[in-house]
Unconditional design. Structure first.
Length: 98
């Protein structure tokens, strides 16, 4: 497990609830996108893309989504169970967990 520290705005219970920026610490697993394999840690609370591009995911609630135009270093507040290789161009993807 990687340790990832990131400062995020308060959203979905990730911050202090008062709009101030609060540091958060997550556990993270490096992701190798694969069309047929779920993430070994289960559903994420977020994703980190260290290289710009797109990420194609299976959502925890069902269905898929292609997250496009991501910037390097962008943190996504999203619960996913799989990162698909097809249509994923972002690099350095990290699955975030509490």
């Amino acid at each position: 497990m990687l340790k990832v520290s990131r400062t995020l705005l308060s959203q979905r219970g990730l911050g202090s609830g008062n709009g101030f920026i609060q540091p958060q610490e997550y556990s993270g697993l490096a992701v190798t996108p694969a069309d047929g394999t779920d993430l070994p840690g289960g559903a994420t609370i977020g994703l980190l893309a260290t290289g710009a591009g797109n990420i194609n995911v299976n959502l925890e609630g069902g269905g898929t989504a292609v997250l496009t135009g991501l910037s390097a270093g962008q943190v996504l507040d999203i619960a996913v169970t799989r990162v698909l290789a097809t249509s994923t161009t972002a690099t350095g993807i990290v699955a975030l967990y509490r």
